[in-house]
Design a binder for this molecule. Structure first.
Ligand SMILES: *Cc1c(COP(=O)(O)O)cnc(C)c1O
Length: 372
């Protein structure tokens, strides 16, 4: 008999989604325009504390639009966290620009302010140009060292895009992630803390930026009775049906953050008897949504694989941490600044099942296997 499957981070519906979707169907607002889109944008703008929001078809599309609006062009360089998912830097390549990877620091696992500064100085020396933007990732929901990183962004006048795809609901010194940079971006892919089945959003304090994002995301149609175009456009809008799912999901976001944080606490308390696992702690003022609970396993790669396979044999999905971008074959030619902190995290790190619908019985089953 096969054992009950436990997924890493499955979608978790609250019930209200279907009402909103039903409403979209009854009113025949099925396309990428409609009342749910406007409402979802307003609700997300308010929740994220960033004032303005454009809902789009994915987090990747949101990053792509942010970089276009910040003027990134072919031949430019854009700084990006190395320790992340490839969607953070793929849009840099879409634009014919080159990612410059900056490694993590050990406390948050996010971008090192020291190496960011080194990278900017060295790129200016070598190319005679400033990098065009910084894509800063708050990985697994943990806030980056925003005071230091923002100070560098301001000092060199390089705009900051917060990739908060994994960090909706996290805060830094009491303020929501996504509201610090020139842009914040979110993802509502199926495995994120809330989902629209697939979708994303850009948020910003700058209303003009968000207006521009909506314009570019709807094929850049100039105002005219016929179809008139003076810029290249994209088909990147979120559908009204998906926005309905998003509204249901967003109505329970605080509860989802609480549930994900409960998972983390449960793992940490119940795995504390063994010295085999260490956890990522929140420094003072840092509040993580704990999208995924991550552990470092003693014994590096071998220890991590042993833990992962012991779960896999019992039909439980876990996953190594993201493989850093500077180690990816497709980005091997790109400049990199750091001390390989993320290489070690990748070797020893494992993401444990972290869904908000996990039961205590399931958590106990996972802990039992990890303690064996
Ligand atoms: C999921 C994710 C994205 C991209 O989101 P999609 O909606 O899947 O395009 C970007 N950055 C990070 C760090 C992510 O985890």
């Amino acid at each position: 008999m096969s054992k009950e499957k436990i997924w890493l981070s499955p979608p978790h519906m609250c019930g209200k989604e279907l009402e909103f979707v039903q409403e979209a169907f009854s009113s025949n607002w099925i396309s990428p325009v409609g009342p749910h889109i406007n409402a979802f944008e307003n609700e997300l703008a308010a929740y994220s504390e960033a004032d303005h929001c454009a809902a789009v078809s994915s987090g990747s599309a949101a990053i792509h639009l942010a970089l276009i609006i910040l003027g990134v062009k072919a031949g430019d360089e854009v700084i990006c966290s190395s320790f992340t998912f490839s969607a953070s830097c793929n849009p840099i390549a879409y634009l014919g620009a080159t990612p410059v990877f900056v490694d993590s620091e050990a406390v948050t696992w996010n971008m090192s302010p020291d190496f960011l500064k080194t990278a900017i100085e060295d790129r200016m020396r070598k190319t005679g140009k400033k990098p065009k933007a910084i894509v800063l990732v708050h990985l697994y929901g943990m806030p980056s060292r925003l005071d230091e990183l923002m100070a560098i962004s301001r000092e060199y006048e390089i705009p900051l895009v917060e990739d908060a795809a994994e960090a909706l609901g996290s805060t830094y010194k009491g303020k929501k992630l996504g509201s610090f940079g020139d842009f914040g971006i979110f993802s509502f892919n199926g495995n994120k803390i809330i989902t629209t089945s697939g979708g994303g959003a850009l948020v910003s304090k700058n209303e003009e930026f968000i207006g521009r994002a909506r314009f570019l995301a709807t094929q850049a149609r100039d105002s005219a009775p016929h179809y008139e175009h003076s810029s290249i456009g994209y088909n990147y809008r979120l559908s009204n049906v998906c926005a309905g799912i998003g509204r249901g999901q967003l109505s329970v976001i605080d509860k989802r953050v609480e549930q994900r944080r409960f998972n983390f606490q449960f793992y940490r308390e119940n795995l504390s008897e063994t010295p085999n696992y260490t956890f990522l702690n929140e420094p003072e003022g840092f509040f993580s949504n704990r999208w995924l609970t991550t552990i470092l396993v003693k014994g590096g790669y071998d220890g991590r694989e042993r833990a992962r396979l012991s779960l896999e044999n019992e039909n439980i999905e876990s996953r190594p941490l993201w493989k850093p971008m500077h180690l990816q074959p497709v980005f091997a030619h790109c400049p990199y600044y750091g001390d390989e902190t993320s290489n070690g995290l990748f070797d020893a790190g494992l993401c444990l099942p972290s869904g908000s619908s996990l039961s205590e019985r399931q958590l106990t089953r996972i802990v039992g296997l990890l303690m064996a």
